[in-house]
Every structure is written in C-alpha cells, then in structure tokens.
Design a protein around this ligand. Structure first.
Ligand SMILES: Cc1cc2nc3c(=O)[nH]c(=O)nc-3n(C[C@H](O)[C@H](O)[C@H](O)COP(=O)(O)OP(=O)(O)OC[C@H]3O[C@@H](n4cnc5c(N)ncnc54)[C@H](O)[C@@H]3O)c2cc1C
Length: 370
C-alpha cells in the first residue's frame, strides 16, 4: 500500500478490538521546510465558494471547526481560493474564523483540481495547520484526496462526527461503515495535517456574530508556476423548475415503486404542489429515471428537511443514511412490512398511483382555497 492512501487506526465503537495500519508512515512536519510557526497547529476550513458565494457547508464546518479549535486552544482559519471576484471574507470571520487566508489569482477563477491542490499544498506547508476540513461536496470530494496525496497524509471521507481526544489531542473522525451497520472512529496518528470531509447538512451551522473581528492574510500566488492540463470550455447550469434537495424544506422522493421514468411525473406534481424538491432512491437513479443529483442516501446526498416524503421506497439502510435527520418522515408504500415504516412518523399503506394523485389534488385545492 502506498503511503498516500487512507491511514489510521480504525476502531468499531463499542468494540475493544482495534486495528492499526502496519504501513502507517512515520512522518511529521519536521521533514518540511521552515514555516510561519505562529500559525502551526491551527484548524483550517476550506471555504468553498463560487462567484463570491460561499457553499452552505462552509458555515457548518466553521461551527464544528470552532469547537475543535477551542478544544485544542488553537485558532480557527478559513481558507479562500478565488479569482477576480473576492468573496465576503468578513462573513467567514463573523461565523467563527479567527483568520482568513486569501489566495486570489485569475488562474483560480474556476475550481480546477490541479491549481487548487497546488496552492493549498503550498499554503499548508507554509502555515502547518493541524487539521484541515472540507465539505464532502463535488469540489471537496475531488480536491481533498488530491491534497492529501500531495501532502502524504491521511484523509477520512464523509465524517458524521468530529471530536478532539482529550488525552492525545488527536482528531477523532467518526463515520458510518459497513453499510451503516457500525460507526468507525478513525485517527491519523503520525502524519499532518489530519484531514476530513464532512457531508453538507450533517453538522450544525455556526451562528453569526457580525461584531467578531479577525485577521485576513493574503497568500501570494503570483510567483507560483502552475502546470494546468485542464481548461473550462463551458459552464452548463442544470435547469430544473423545482428546488435543489440540499436546501429544500420539503423533499418528495420516489423509488423503484414508481415503475418507470414517465411515472415520476406524479412525484414532480406532488413536489410542485408543496413547493418541495424532488429526491430519489438509488434504484430510481440507476434505472435512469432521474439524474444522480437527486439521489438521497449513502452514495447520494444527505438531506435534512422539515418534511421528507418517501414514495415507493422500501427503506434500505443506505437510503435511510441520507434522510433520517428529517424532522418528519412520511412514507407511502403498498407493503405494510416495508422497513421505511419503521422510521416513518406517518405512514400510508396503499398503491402510490392512487394515493399520490389524490394527495396532490387535495393539497392543490387547499392551497387555492387558502
Ligand atoms: C454501497 C451501497 C450504496 C448505496 N447507496 C444508496 C443510496 O445512496 N441511496 C439509495 O436509495 N440506495 C442506495 N443503495 C441501494 C439500496 O441498498 C437499495 O437497493 C435501494 O435504496 C432500493 O431502492 P428502492 O427503495 O427505490 O427500491 P426497492 O427496495 O425495490 O423498493 C421499492 C418499494 O416500492 C414499493 N412499491 C412497489 N410498487 C408500489 C406501488 N404501486 N405503490 C406503492 N408502493 C409500491 C415496494 O413495496 C417497495 O417497498 C446502496 C447500496 C449499496 C450496496
């Protein structure tokens, strides 16, 4: 195994047995060139943004990062890479960052892995954070492993819990493993920084304090020679007349029970009547009925709406992993023994082709009368 893979010591919670990776490299910051020692040991959050607008997960990472930094007695830093449009860095400070590292350069206008990983690599080597957190977004999932590879350190993907071990000061990175059947806690003992990605909507968002003050440090990217093998040809925005599932208050999801792409129209109708987003099980996505961006679950998105309506979805553990945080779960399925009913607050046992149109009709009438 290369020393660029995922390292660490994996322990199933509640079990006394522990496994330590025998090929774990022994490498600390001592191997690296001198750095800004005042910044060493801080907790970093990668502040993902597009055209000056922060990704929602950044505020969740700042909330979690603040707790970690406090536990370590270190500073919390947000790291922004951008082109000509500078994001509002004061926003990051008001949400908990003590320091904002800003790297701006026209070559960083759009997120591309090569230049982004190179700049982050240089920044990390210069300031030596102890912990670096990314959102498990499309950008974070692509960038974090590249950076970990360059730094020859460990990376734990899709964490649902982060904490500092009070005895060792190590970052305890917890995530569901083996299809969600156990929780594994991973530590990265010997390499730095300790790196993790966290799914959007899993951690609590930080609360803003507009009066907070912090420091902004500009990292000079201009002297860096960048070999960039990719170029952006076109930016295609997904066109949809419903809300995105990540941000929606209500999500209506359809599964294999729909039986075909065309039948998904009844899910879209119900969603439209409720101003809700359309989600889907993996079975529906794999069948090509809906795009992957709608998939809810372990290998899709985690959603945390006020109401989640599952239609023709049996409730496999991998699906539950993405929606169990909803405040109210409503299930519609013809099988009274479907596991989805075990997590549902309200259940309707019946044929979805009768139940869903009738429900949509009632909601439309009620909204029209309101
Ligand atoms: C590593 C891994 C990762 C995975 N990740 C995900 C993930 O991210 N998200 C995900 O969803 N799955 C994921 N899966 C797949 C998961 O295990 C299930 O196979 C999948 O969720 C099943 O989808 P479903 O509930 O739509 O289909 P089914 O399990 O086939 O359920 C269909 C349901 O529809 C009901 N039904 C049928 N006809 C009607 C009708 N006319 N009226 C009412 N009800 C009806 C049936 O009773 C049944 O309960 C993953 C699996 C693996 C191994």
């Amino acid at each position: 195994m290369s020393d660029m893979g995922i390292h660490g010591h994996v322990r199933a919670q509640g079990s006394a047995r522990a496994r330590t990776c025998a090929c774990e490299p022994v490498r600390t910051w001592k191997d690296e060139k001198p750095c800004d020692r005042g910044a060493a040991g801080d907790v970093w959050v990668f502040a993902e943004q597009r055209a000056g607008r922060m990704a929602g997960v950044v505020f969740e990472l700042l909330g979690e990062g603040r707790k970690l930094a406090n536990a370590l007695g270190r500073r919390l830093a947000a790291v922004v890479l951008c082109g000509t449009v500078a994001p509002p860095v004061q926003e990051l400070i008001s949400y908990g960052a003590d320091v904002v590292y800003l790297a701006d350069d026209p070559r960083l206008e759009y997120v591309r892995d090569e230049p982004y990983a190179l700049v982050l690599d240089r920044m990390v080597k210069r300031y030596r954070p102890d912990i670096v957190l990314f959102g498990a977004t499309a950008v974070g999932r692509s960038l974090a492993p590249r950076l970990a590879g360059r730094l020859k350190t460990g990376l734990t993907a899709d964490c649902t819990g982060l904490a500092i071990d009070p005895e060792t000061g190590l970052l305890k990175q917890t995530l569901p493993a083996f299809g969600g059947n156990i929780m594994a806690t991973i530590i990265c003992r010997r390499t730095r920084p300790q790196m993790a990605t966290v799914r959007p909507k899993v951690m609590k968002r930080a609360v803003a304090d507009p009066l907070r003050r912090g420091e902004v440090i500009r990292f000079d990217v201009a002297p860096l020679a960048m070999k960039i093998r990719t170029s952006l040809i076109e930016f295609v925005k997904e066109v949809t007349d419903t809300v995105g599932i990540d941000a929606a208050d209500i999500v209506v999801s359809g599964g294999r029970g729909l039986g075909g792409a065309r039948n998904f129209g009844i899910i879209e109708d119900l969603a439209r009547s409720l101003k809700a987003a359309v989600g889907a099980s993996r079975a529906a996505v794999d069948a090509g009925w809906v795009p992957y961006s709608h998939q809810v679950g372990q290998t899709g998105k985690t959603v945390c709406p006020r109401v989640y309506i599952a239609v023709g979805i049996s409730g496999a553990i991998q699906h539950l992993a993405g929606m169990q945080g909803a405040d109210v779960i409503i299930a519609i399925d013809k099988n009274p023994d479907a596991p989805i009913f075990r997590v549902a607050d309200l259940g309707i046992v019946g044929d979805l082709f009768e139940v869903v149109p009738a429900l949509t009709e009632k909601i439309r009438k009620a909204s029209a009368g309101a």
